[in-house]
Design a protein around this ligand. Sequence first.
Ligand SMILES: Nc1ncnc2c1ncn2[C@@H]1O[C@H](COP(=O)(O)OP(=O)(O)OP(=O)(O)O)[C@@H](O)[C@H]1O
Ligand SMILES: [Mg+2]
Length: 212
Amino acid sequence: MIEITNLTKKFGEQIALDDINLHFKKGEKSLIIGQNGAGKSTLMKSILGEYLPNTGSVKINGINPLKDRKKALKNIAFVPQTPPPIKLTLSEMVEFVTKSCEISPTKIDEFSKFLEFNLKANLNKPFFKLSGGMKQKFLIAIAYARDCSILMFDEPTANLDPKAREIFKELLANSQGKTAVFISHRVSEMGGLINRVIEMDLAKVVKDEKVV
Ligand SMILES: Nc1ncnc2c1ncn2[C@@H]1O[C@H](COP(=O)(O)OP(=O)(O)OP(=O)(O)O)[C@@H](O)[C@H]1O
Ligand SMILES: [Mg+2]
């Protein structure tokens, strides 16, 4: 599903990814852990084709996201670590997403309700004015509404309150057939929901284990 081969990414002299080789298979639920600055978010952004690597390549279902980003990302629902400062209102975002991803606005509404995010009351608010947790809930609702075969979440629960975290876990538990890659510092929280743990340190993969 996702094939990463000899991937190296430097920012100036700084090596953020050092010869990474990983294969994420269909249905696998992987958790990427590692200290701050280890390269986790850079890896995820590289998978999404946001960075041009120094060496190596990424293929998503055989497609290089740098060559055909739209096609490669069609089946990936992504929630970033830091939500982008989008000026559109939620209503405009819903319209954009439903048009570009061909999904029904009702789906976004359903998942927002499930996450206890009051979309209706916030429709006229610009996205950047939402609270941190509200942003995350709305982006998670969009990600699930898209019903993609691959989920990629970078610290999706960082701003969620304890109740919302439990609801998020419930969503994950119900996504059996999907391939998922999460980044989280909260390993214990993901217990029972993942079957692989990858640890990164200083730009390298230092551990890659199956868990039951
Ligand atoms: N756009 C960028 N420009 C320059 N350096 C960057 C950029 N993005 C990341 N880096 C550097 O690459 C290294 C890895 O950063 P990255 O964000 O991937 O870490 P991380 O593992 O996600 O950390 P955290 O747990 O804090 O989120 C860091 O030293 C960071 O400063
Ligand atoms: Mg990060």
